[in-house]
Design a protein around this ligand. Structure first.
Ligand code: FRU
Length: 485
């Protein structure tokens, strides 16, 4: 079909109309989860950036609300940022106010504040913006504020993207801010600009008495498979020489997601007040700046990733920020479409078009083999491959023949995650949703998010391995479509 809804996901967030990019200001407040995002509902390319807005009571069913903030002639567009609940009225605006921070871009990038006194139904920009002016005359990169309450010193801390570095600012009242320190030089991937930071205190292996700090930083370009990507650092946030600093011994680059399409993701604020407690949920923009303007959807363009639960877990003595779908998606897992008994090794099985919004769990014993994969295809023979190769030491998603892949240079390709060791068992948890596959290898040790544009719905499943290396488990289930509120 040529319908504009052809690729519309069934269970991922999209804006009804227009351009959507970075998720912004995710916060839980008074029974509702808020999701804001970079948005222009008039064009489907980067336009007059505003904050789109949606609310949900369960993180699954979203109601799109009017835009929260829009450009004005003095401060310009509204770039990415965050939102906090000012429980004790430290700002003096009012108790329990939703206070947001965004990057205004006129005359240059600076941090501006806005707030809501009615549960996020209407927002006002603060009268004395910007709250953090950009004093470096020349530097243009100064954006994407992410604020959290730092219990230990009773301070608000803002992480901010400066020129290839993350700055940390502090405040007692959300209005007056002081620069504490910055981090970046000599650490991580620096091929491109650093954007959209998030700093969090997280337990190791679920032990709340044993926590470390994790700093998430998006970089564009310089991602693991080209274009934009998201890296993280494990370290400490503490006072050294009178300043609060992020410090790490980490020398390697760690990727939150090895796929091409997970960018600018940060976590929910104030989740501890919800039924999810101290868990960490994040969401990213499922796209890549290399081709974001050209993805073949019209009327709407841009989708979010699934909401992920992030955990710090020890894998083979190494600490990994694992990434799995948040537990909410269990509610959408529906009828079984196939299992181990009705698929055959190296043979295509026609599952039907329900495969185009489905979950596939498949496990292999790889002790005796070098390569295993699954092939997902449609009636036109358009094919996406997901696999593991021992001798190359890689997990991969191959979308070179996935369907419409020539709409932009740099889209087609085989994308890899470098395995840190050799695996004798492999688990894959694959979520398909019309124009995407999100793959979680080995319980979230490696994640890969990838857009695909098959011209007919995916319907055919084939597990591939050397003969006799049968999967040890196969379970394919339909994912239910979420109705928009
Ligand atoms: C990341 C980003 C941010 C910026 C926003 C503008 O994708 O470049 O740094 O605030 O997009 O839409």
């Amino acid at each position: 079909t040529t319908s504009p809804e052809k690729y519309r996901p069934h269970y991922h967030y999209t804006a009804r109309k227009g351009w959507l990019s970075d998720p912004n200001g995710m916060v839980y407040f008074d029974g509702e989860f808020h999701l804001f995002y970079q948005h222009d509902d008039y064009v489907n390319v980067f336009g007059a950036m505003s904050w789109g807005h949606a609310v949900s009571k369960d993180l699954l069913h979203w109601q799109e609300l009017p835009k929260a903030i829009i450009p004005d002639e003095h401060l310009g567009m509204c770039f990415s940022g965050c939102m906090v609940v000012d429980k004790n009225n430290s700002s003096g605006l009012s108790k329990n106010t939703l206070v947001g921070f965004y990057t205004s871009e006129l005359p240059k990038q600076q941090q501006s504040m806005f707030y809501s006194l009615d549960n996020g139904r209407t927002f006002r920009k603060y009268n004395h913006n910007p709250v953090i002016p950009n004093s470096a005359g020349m530097s243009k990169d100064f954006r994407d504020p992410k604020v959290f309450w730092y219990e230990e010193q009773s301070l608000w801390i803002m992480a901010l993207a400066g020129p290839e570095r993350i700055e940390f600012w502090s405040s007692t009242n959300l209005i007056d801010w002081q620069l504490q320190s910055w981090f970046g030089e000599g650490h991580g991937a620096h091929e491109g600009e650093w954007e959209c930071p998030d700093l969090r205190y997280m337990p190791i292996d679920g032990d709340s008495n044993n926590c470390v700090w994790v700093l998430i930083v998006s970089v564009n370009p310089g991602g693991p498979n080209g274009g934009s990507g998201t890296q993280y650092f494990i370290g400490d946030f503490l006072e050294v020489d009178g300043k609060l600093r992020f410090i790490t011994k980490q020398t390697d680059v760690k990727w939150l997601d090895w796929g091409s399409d997970n960018y600018a993701g940060v976590g929910w604020t104030n989740l501890q007040d919800s039924s999810f407690g101290n868990r960490v949920f994040s969401i990213g923009w499922m796209n890549n700046w290399t081709y974001a303007y050209k993805t073949p959807t019209n009327q709407w363009r841009g989708t979010m990733t699934m909401i992920r639960e992030l955990k710090l877990e020890t894998f083979y003595e190494e600490l990994v920020l694992t990434c799995c779908p948040a537990p909410i998606y269990k509610e959408l897992v529906g009828d079984e479409l196939a299992n181990l008994d009705n698929v055959s090794l190296n043979k295509p099985t026609n599952i039907g078009s329900d495969l185009s919004a489905s979950r596939i769990q498949i496990d292999f014993d790889t002790t005796q083999t070098d390569h295993v994969c699954v092939e997902l295809s449609n009636t036109l023979g358009q094919l996406t491959r997901i696999g593991y190769c021992k001798s190359d030491g890689i997990f991969y998603v191959d979308r070179r023949k996935s369907g419409n892949q020539d709409f932009a240079e740099g889209f087609s390709g085989i994308h890899i995650a470098k395995a840190t060791r050799t695996y004798n068992t492999i688990t894959m948890d694959i979520f398909i949703d019309r124009c995407s596959v999100e793959v979680f290898f080995n319980n979230g040790e490696y994640a890969m998010s990838e857009l695909i544009f098959p011209e007919e719905p995916l319907s055919i499943f084939k597990p591939v391995a050397q003969s006799s290396i049968n999967p040890t488990n196969v379970n394919i289930r339909k994912m239910r479509e979420i109705t928009r509120l």
